[in-house]
Design a protein around this ligand. Structure first.
Ligand code: PLP
Length: 391
């Protein structure tokens, strides 16, 4: 459980390693194995009577376990596990808890959809995909049998918000666990476990890492579930590397500060775009005009750094606009200090069937922004000059 009440304090102080030199920050332990004074001491750890460093692939390495303590504190969780990527976390959860069937609610990250449809299905894991906000469809799909409900909120790239508390209640009524991909929100803006989810996962490659220079994943939940998941992580060799764990733990120190700035920059840009004549629609739960604003205000403490918008003109104008930006970089991914821009149809949703895109409301005119930490006036200037080209 959380050692401190405030995220800012936890991000700095939780998961400190006890070491003999009084180092102000935990050192990096890149050793693959750890030795014992005698067999009795070794057997205590092997037998599980004592938690200690043992073998790095098992995650039993101080750089990994101390990171996991910090992640658990931020996620308001009993325990956390750190992985080599977000997809490692997602595949592990699906294998451990999805064998009775997975129901995906709303828009799901493309890589997760591919894994479920093309690989997990080969192992007999059956996945069904339903729209968000349709409780009847969720209940009737759950009645057909499922062990896991999977959702992302806010979702990519439409920023749709799903009611976590209600989805958890419906899932539990049918004996399924609820897992929430919390990558867009981060635990600073939203705590899925406190709202009833069983597992919260994140691609730590995004906001947790925060500098577009590491790849990692995290899952948080109850001790019992995390212990079960750990068996899979161990056998599949998916644990985070200690060097990356060390780097990620350092990044977490500034997570609350960074998220605050991502939130305020995104809010300012959303308001700017909302009133711009070349923009047809802005998707951002922080705008009072958003259909999800009330729900987001209830279940989130901040509205996040991601937003999307539709250009009024054609898809080719959207492309012209994107190519005209100079400060904002055209790149996939999100959550870094630098502002990144994409057209979902040319990146995360490239090549998906038109019907699926239409159902999700994703057109060539849609643009997604991962709003960074730059001075917001500089970001507005860049948007203004590029929008002027197509206005
Ligand atoms: N979940 C979301 C919402 C993502 O956007 C991504 C990657 O873009 C992932 C999971 C997968 O994370 P990773 O690339 O770290 O494997």
């Amino acid at each position: 459980m959380a050692e401190y009440d405030e995220f800012s304090t936890q991000a700095i102080h939780s998961g400190q390693i006890d070491e003999p030199f009084g180092a102000a920050v935990s050192p990096l332990y890149d050793s693959t194995t750890f030795s014992f004074t005698d067999t009795e001491a070794l057997l205590e750890v092997v037998g599980g009577q004592k938690q200690a460093a043992f073998y790095t692939r098992y995650g039993m390495n101080p750089s990994i376990t101390s990171l996991e303590q910090r992640l658990a504190a931020l996620d308001r969780a009993e325990s956390s596990l750190a992985y080599g990527s977000g997809m490692a976390a997602i595949s592990s959860i699906s294998l451990a808890f999805g064998r009775g069937g997975i129901v995906c609610v709303g828009e799901i990250y493309g890589g997760t959809t591919v894994f479920l449809q093309q690989q997990a299905s080969l192992l007999g894991i059956n996945s069904r995909f339903i729209a968000s906000g349709d409780d009847k469809a969720l209940e009737s799909t759950l009645e057909q049998g499922a062990s896991l409900v999977y959702m992302e909120t806010p979702a990519n790239p439409t920023l749709k918000v799903i009611d976590i508390e209600k989805t958890a209640m419906l899932s539990h009524r049918h004996g399924a666990r609820l897992v929430v991909d919390n990558t867009f929100a981060t635990p600073i803006n939203q705590q899925p476990l406190s709202l009833g989810a069983d597992l919260a996962l994140q691609s730590a490659t995004k906001y947790l890492g925060g500098h577009s220079d590491l790849t990692a994943g995290v899952v948080s939940g109850r001790d019992q579930d995390i212990t079960e998941l750990n068996h899979w992580r161990k056998s599949l060799g998916q644990a985070i590397a200690p060097e990356i764990a060390h780097k990620l733990k350092r990044s977490l120190v500034t997570l609350p500060l960074r998220v605050e700035r991502h939130n305020s920059n995104a809010q300012t840009l959303a308001e700017f775009l909302h009133q711009h004549p070349a923009v047809a629609q802005v998707y951002y739960p922080g705008l009072p005009s958003s259909p999800d604003h009330d729900l987001a205000a209830r279940q989130m403490q901040g509205f996040g750094g991601m937003l999307s918008f539709d250009i009024k003109d054609s898809g080719s104008a959207a492309r012209q606009f994107v190519d005209k930006l100079s400060l904002m970089k055209l790149a996939p991914s999100l959550g870094g200090a630098e502002t990144l821009i994409t057209q979902p149809v040319t990146s995360s949703h490239y090549g998906l069937p038109q019907q699926l895109l239409d159902e999700a409301g994703i057109s060539e005119r849609m643009i997604r922004l991962s709003v960074g930490l730059e001075a917001v006036q500089d970001l507005i200037r860049d948007l203004e000059q590029a929008l002027a080209v197509i206005a």
